[in-house]
Write a new protein. Sequence first.
Length: 190
Amino acid sequence: MSRETWDGEAASFDDEPDHGLADPNTRAAWRDLLLGVLPPAPARVADLGCGTGTLARVLVDAGYAVDGLDFSPEMIVRAQVKVPEARFVIDDAADPDLTEATYDVVLCRHVLWALPDPEAVVKRWSRLLALGGSLVLIEGSWATGAGLSAREAQRIVRTTRLEAEVTPLPQAVYWGKEIDDERYLLVSRR
């Protein structure tokens, strides 16, 4: 999708339960899920394809230092308002202009599937990680036919990293509705 398309989506992006996390149960579920796999705060997180900054808000509230990046200026405007404590930049998640070897976590939700050379992207993202850093992906293979299966995402991550642990996320609490497609969390700690 183009920058203009995402700019057009920005005003209503948070209307989706899993985007805006307005429901306290959905927000708590995402918070618990992420805090269960991230290193302790105040770890430094690169939130790539951060959208309106909802996950950045959750993480900053938990004590993390977050740098968010999105190629949509309209998404970044909303993220800056939502999370003034974080640093946000307009940039391409596929090739982020961030300092290498400085992040404890590279976090990306529903972006890898849409990028043109995901293997090269994972290699670039891995270079952002400090020694012992974790790559945390939230992805899916959606009923629309878009996305990446967990098996394919594992294969892609393992072209650069040693491990890729998948946790299926079929629970409605994460999405604000029952789902019948594949959604998952993938964590690579080395």
